[in-house]
Design a protein around this ligand. Structure first.
Ligand SMILES: [Zn+2]
Length: 501
């Protein structure tokens, strides 16, 4: 937006006088730009009406445009940078205000991440909400403003932003309240173009109850049985952003207070009253730094339950197994595909199959992905959906006419057609087994294990768990397939699945 502020002394004085009541600027052509979010306010309305009269008096005409607060801030900054060379302190305050506005907007939208990318004079602001990233429509006008915002973010964490290399910042918003949000920012340099900023937002006190996470009732029951086993490894597997650490926290919060629990994570994201949280750092390869030292201390702390944020390498795998061998319950996460992929991955990481194949050491595993939940107010029927072939295929595949799809723009009650996220999961409650499942692990017969778990324990795979909620229109099959892969042609009755392999 090209903007030049009016030099009318009467208007400048009036705006200065009323700046606490109405955020507005007037251009050299007599256009009033005002913060439209204040338009419901009676006093702001009065101020605007008077401003209108004044502008009409000065210019003979009066055009006006309601803008959002961010755009108004940008105009005020443009005005300040043109109007005065020594307005540095004021400009700082303005960029701080914009930073607060952006962070609050992210929190209001329940964004998990906020991104700012600067590229050769331009800047781009985007949010990740419910697993999907989209650009903010208000945007940030230019690279200069974006850099001021980034600097002020880093200053919130009492550090200086260094655009020349990787650097981190962390700070809290709303400290002391239950709505507190911890922000962890990371900046990297893109050679020749600019910088990429990613900031993660988490409420450190928010624990999602396990029964609201999206597991099927039978899966919940199996997870509870695994968690109540007196010892052994429980592994949550899935890609990044599949809710693994949220599930670990929910599970720990379910355990009775009389069990001593210690979590090691980089860094812990949620803090529980009855759990000790230890922060561990990682080196550039992603391995934990000083894990052996921390483990030595933890053995002396004698916990009943150890939560190891993630098994990342042979050393953390050995640590998890070592604690399990001491009869502890060890909850951890791992990058692996499907439950049947967990034992071979652990064996790859140096845990012997002969050890893993025993109930005392391996209680079971969960494989999961997060998928978007459809907004019930605006989801589309198969008839409305633009891709008719795909709509027909899914109707036939799931034998349902109640299937719904995402409305691209969404409605006022959702974000782009999505209203939250839910898990689709597969659970192997190995600890319930009489021994055959462990025998298959010891013999490294993992596809036999998959077939056996489906037959003997009625284990459903992720596609089947999702199908149960696609048939009644809660999940969009197209979106689900993007996360867990193509739905092959087979029966999705939602009942017991006979074949998983
Ligand atoms: Zn909607």
């Amino acid at each position: 937006m090209d903007f030049e502020a009016t030099n009318s002394p009467a208007i400048i004085a009036y705006l200065e006088n009323k700046k606490e009541l109405l955020k507005a600027v007037v251009s050299s052509k007599g256009v009033i730009y005002y913060d439209k979010t204040t338009s419901g306010d009676v006093v702001a309305k009065q101020v605007l009406a008077e401003l209108r009269k004044l502008v009409k008096l000065e210019f003979g005409v009066c055009a006006e445009d309601g803008l959002n607060p961010l755009q108004i801030e940008q105009l005020i900054i443009t005005e300040a940078s043109i109007g005065s060379a020594n307005a540095n302190s004021d400009k700082q305050t303005d960029s701080e205000r914009i930073t607060d506005h952006i962070i609050n907007k992210a929190i209001e939208m329940r964004a998990s991440d906020l991104f700012i990318d600067t590229r050769q004079g331009k800047a781009r602001l985007s949010f990740k909400v419910f697993g999907r990233t989209f650009e903010d429509v208000d945007g940030i006008a230019n690279k200069e403003l974006a850099e001021k915002i980034i600097r002020s973010m880093w200053m919130k964490g009492d550090s200086n932003w260094d655009p020349s290399g990787p650097c981190d910042c962390s700070f809290s918003v709303g400290e002391g309240t239950k709505n507190m949000v911890r922000v962890r920012g990371n900046s990297i340099k893109e050679e020749g173009r600019g910088n990429a900023i990613a900031a993660r937002l988490r409420n450190p006190f928010e624990v999602l109850p396990l029964d609201e996470a999206g597991y099927l009732p039978a899966q919940l029951e199996d997870i509870r049985i695994m968690a109540e086993a007196s010892g052994g490894l429980i592994v949550f597997a899935g890609p990044t952003d599949s809710g693994k650490s949220t599930s670990l926290t929910s599970l720990v919060s379910l355990l009775p207070d009389d069990l001593r629990k210690i979590e090691i994570a980089d860094p812990p994201e949620v803090f529980l009253d009855h759990c000790t949280h230890v922060t561990i750092e990682r080196n550039v390869e992603g391995s934990y730094l000083g894990l052996d030292k921390i483990l030595g201390a933890i053995v002396r702390q004698n916990p009943d339950v150890l939560v190891l944020g993630e098994i990342r390498d042979r050393m953390s795998a050995a640590a998890a197994m070592g604690m399990a061998q001491q009869g502890k319950r060890v909850f951890t996460s791992l990058h692996a595909n499907g439950c049947a992929g967990v034992p071979p991955r652990l064996i790859d990481l140096g845990i012997g199959a002969n050890l893993l194949g025993f109930k005392e050491f391996f209680a079971g595993c969960v494989s999961q992905n997060l998928v978007a939940k459809l907004c019930p107010h605006c989801s589309m029927t198969a008839e409305e959906y633009q891709d008719k072939d795909s709509a027909r295929r899914y109707q036939k595949l799931f034998d349902s006419h109640a299937i719904r799809f995402t409305r691209p723009g969404g409605c006022s009650k959702c974000i782009k057609g999505v209203k939250g996220q839910t898990l689709v999961a597969q659970v192997y409650p190995l600890v319930k087994d009489s021994g055959r499942a462990y025998e298959l692990i010891r013999k490294a017969l993992f596809s036999d294990l998959a077939v056996y778990m489906a037959k003997e324990h009625g284990v459903t795979d992720k596609h089947c768990s999702a199908a149960l909620r696609i048939v009644d229109g809660q999940l969009d099959p197209v979106e689900v397939a993007k996360r867990i892969g193509f739905f092959p042609d087979r029966t999705y009755s939602g009942k017991r699945l006979e074949s998983v392999a």
